[in-house]
Design a protein around this ligand. Structure first.
Ligand code: AR6
Length: 180
């Protein structure tokens, strides 16, 4: 497949990733939840929630807006940081869905670069509980990350899939994009 050389797709559990930063598909409250969010908080321990509470108090009393990103420690996980971003809820975002989802990737990457990271792992944001169609989400994710890397950032970006089928959907969508 003709994927960008610094974008890699893997099947696995993002909490096990030994990279500078892993991205969390959080919700506006930053107080944890189900899906990958719940798994990250359980694996990392209470330090993550403590820092999220502080971010809410000091920076985002109304909650983190969709498409934005903030960083905390990764606690007990091998990564150094968790970058929390809030994906759009597909049945609520209307015409703004693609730009909000792209913004999750771009904001997270900007945050990673700001932290001095050289590698970062993403889950497939919004494609679980938030219901974003996977193929469309794959195109948006790939194009946003590729555009960011083409600005000249020295970063390796991993897409981590919990299920093999999801990796295949993303691979197909990306190879279609690179063919067109
Ligand atoms: N590693 C990698 N990917 C995972 C893992 C894991 N350990 N666990 C799940 N996934 P979701 P969303 C995949 O629902 O759609 C939470 O309650 C999963 O298969 O976690 O953005 C938050 O608090 C799917 O492909 O996130 C929010 O309220 C992808 O991660 C809401 O869910 C995203 O699925 C966010 O929903």
């Amino acid at each position: 497949m003709n994927t960008h050389p610094d974008i890699l797709l893997k099947v696995g559990d993002i909490t096990k990733e030994n990279v500078c930063a892993i991205v969390n598909a959080a919700n506006y409250s930053l107080m944890g939840g189900g899906g990958v969010d719940g798994t990250i908080h359980r694996a990392g321990g209470s330090q993550i929630l403590d820092e999220c509470r502080k971010i809410r108090q000091e920076q985002y009393p109304e909650g983190l807006p969709t498409g934005k990103a903030v960083a905390t420690t990764a606690g007990k996980m091998p990564a150094q940081y968790v970058i929390h971003t809030v994906g759009p809820i597909y049945h609520q975002c209307g015409q703004a869905c693609p730009s909000l989802l792209a913004s999750c990737y771009t904001s997270s990457l900007q945050t990673a670069v700001g932290l001095g990271c050289k590698d970062v792992s993403f889950p497939a944001i919004s494609t679980g509980i938030y219901g974003y169609p996977k193929e469309e989400a794959a195109r948006i994710a790939y194009e946003a990350v590729k555009a960011f890397l083409e600005e000249g950032h020295d970063l390796k970006v991993y897409f981590i899939f919990h299920h093999f089928d999801d990796k295949e959907i993303f691979e197909r969508a990306i190879s279609k994009l690179e063919r067109d």
